[in-house]
Design a protein around this ligand. Structure first.
Ligand code: ADP
Length: 153
């Protein structure tokens, strides 16, 4: 049976931290959905289509990666695409506390699901989308924090 995983996130925008986790996860799964979660109550910085285009550009040479988006519960999306694994990255103990409750609740709702965590590589621990957005808001250069394959304004 194919191992299908969903990596849910905002990717607003994709960073080198995301890129690193995704590349390390590629050998672990037969298919990996990079799924942008859309939350109608949370305003995003970049439109979903733009975020998708960047993800597609960065992973264009990987045929087992598919870029998508979804609304609603992540586990419902996993059921829809027949995924039994959710991929998440762990940077800090705060990430762990946050992810633990979500992972445990997801398992209650959908017992077949397993959440797989990859630890961030030390050089990317401090990289996150919200810092990238802050730098952009103030006209700074974010090129060292985002994948080399794309340019963010
Ligand atoms: P969300 O709003 O769902 O947390 P993000 O796009 O911020 O969406 O993050 C998606 C996933 O990527 C999360 O599991 C997060 O921990 C992981 N991630 C984000 N930045 C990094 C990083 N620098 N190193 C490792 N994992 C990361």
């Amino acid at each position: 049976m194919d191992k299908i995983a969903v990596f849910p996130g905002s990717f607003d925008p994709i960073t080198k931290g995301h890129e690193s986790i995704i590349k390390r996860a590629i050998p672990l799964f037969d298919k990996l959905y990079l799924a942008i979660g859309i939350n109608a109550e949370k305003k995003s910085f970049f439109p979903v289509n733009q975020r998708k285009k960047w993800l597609e550009e960065v992973f264009k040479e990987y045929s087992n990666i598919q870029v998508t988006h979804f609304e609603g519960l992540t586990v419902n999306y996993c059921k829809k695409v027949n995924a039994k694994y959710i991929l998440r990255g762990l940077r800090t103990s705060a990430d762990f506390e946050f992810e633990r409750s979500i992972g445990q609740v997801n398992k209650k709702i959908y017992p077949e699901i397993e959440t797989v965590f990859l630890l961030t590589t030390p050089e990317y621990t401090a990289v996150n989308s919200s810092i990238v957005r802050d730098i952009l808001k103030h006209g700074g250069d974010v090129s060292q924090f985002v994948p080399g394959a794309i340019r963010i304004p």
